[in-house]
Design a protein around this ligand. Sequence first.
Ligand code: NAD
Ligand code: ZN
Length: 358
Amino acid sequence: MKNVDQYIFGKGSSHQLKAVLNKRRLQLDGPVIFLVDAFFKSLELEFLNDAFESGDRIIYVTTEIEPTVEYVDGIVESLNNLERKPVAIVSIGGGITLDCGKALSNLLTNPGSASVYQGWDLVRNAGVYKLAIPTISGTGAEATRTCVVTNKATGVKLGMNSSYSVYDAIIMDPLLTASVPREQYFYTGMDAYIHCIESLEGSYRNRVGDAFSRECLALCREVFFSDDMLSDENRERLMVASYLGGCAIASSFVGLVHPLSAGLSVVLGVHHCEANCIVMNSPAMAQFYPHAHSEFRKMMRKQDVTVKEGICHSLSTKQMTDLYDSMIVHEKPLRNALGVNFNQILTREFVANVYQTM
Ligand code: NAD
Ligand code: ZN
């Protein structure tokens, strides 16, 4: 299993970015491309200003919609006029920005559209050196071997699953997550919890993945059962949990929650982490993940966070068909959760009833 080659952890560690990049700039000649979550556009990120040099580029990444094939291809095209190959891609933001950085790195050395590489081990050449600085914790995108991209033409949300998608370096600075709004902090944090629940309750298990998952869950429980999930210590804990959850899922699979959640994202445009919470909160999950469903609700109440309900109550037949089609394609996680005969359990009627509880 390929892990991130280098990580730097600690409050204020983002200020080491300049030194890390300088090492590369001494060896190679070329610009650094910074992909930055648009949230930071109007804010002064001192560590970014310090690391930026003439000839570098900053691309602000929108988080209004999750990455699509067109959006990622557009970023690559915007760099067509570069005279020299970049020496590094630096992604600063949440899962959306981190995934765009992975896709960009791969597409700068592999020809064609992002859609060509959606699937397992389709990326042929190592990408440009890439470094991530997460500013919100939970998805584990900083550690995983995938970058999730939605293909509107095929209606499928699928990553470039490849060892080449793993970051070369990450800088985890818990000071950067202080500004995350409460609900978003909970939704994204819960992604780490849900990844590990699904992994531990699945049939494709391995002891390394299990160990990462158990520690990730222990940290999530500390954070989300505490009185202040956003305290300095808890933001540190959640940043570690996110990283460990990413390592766990890199050597295992998710389960039933993620495919159902992918349907909500593709058909109704609900963002990944909020969609997961909507699924986990659904009474229908009590039959599949009884303990986690009840624990999730306790954490939600403890943190006084609300999760939308009723979003699938009055959908058209076409929308229900689309929901089913975009969830059932996720064979690997569904097999992990329900066995090889998952199709016999997940009939159209059964799945429609499950969605109607959300
Ligand atoms: P995000 O990138 O969707 O951002 C969520 C929101 O938080 C945005 O509005 C963003 O601007 C804001 N934000 C980020 N940092 C902030 C800060 N410090 N202060 C204030 N606001 C801040 O975040 P996410 O939930 O981490 O990522 C979701 C994406 O990750 C989805 O596209 C999903 O598909 C992807 N994902 C990828 C993997 C993977 O392994 N590659 C795993 C799970 C999810
Ligand atoms: Zn997830």
